[in-house]
Design a protein. Sequence first.
Length: 226
Amino acid sequence: MAAKLKASVSVLALGVALASGSAMAYQQGDMVLRAGAAMVDPDASSSPLAINGVEVAGTSVDVDDNTQLGITFTYMLNDNFGVGVLAATPFSHTVTAKGLGPDFKAIDLKHLPPTVSLQYFPMASGSKFQPYVGAGLNYTLFFDEELTSAFEANVDSGSVKLDDSFGLAFELGCDFEISDNLVLNAAIWSIDIDTTATIKLDSGPKVTTDVDIDPLVYMLGVGYKF
């Protein structure tokens, strides 16, 4: 994940270096609404699967990526600071079980990751290119968790629940003016998402694992400044 974040920072830094002055002003009271494609790219790790509290050596889980419609909103507190919100349509992920023989898809789930950040815009208010950094809090809500048919074939049928998560979030982004009110936007978040998955098997045992999802979230889109 560090290599991905370093590359993204380099792209944004290049944009700052190439920025030229123009007429788009970010001032107190301005609002910017953006929408585009947002991808959650987990850097997942987990504890071994535990059956009734006893860990099974060599086991773990992984989480795949997913792309949805992302929506962000910024309200400018003054010329340099704003409050930003990240929202999206529900992300869908598949959790893969490892170490129980051949890897197989174990859990399908959805989540929403609303994030609120304090954003800093370092460029002068009249700059055509407006990079920004942000830090804040994320709340991730997991829902529609289901065991896959592959899990039921390899282990047992049952039910599954993932705990919701609170964590820190860090953000890099930039807006580039294409008209007086329209902007192109690119942004990346590093989000701390930790959860515990609990599977209650119909035969009685309980299977648990702690999962650090810790994704990078990438978004490309367009925005409108009010």
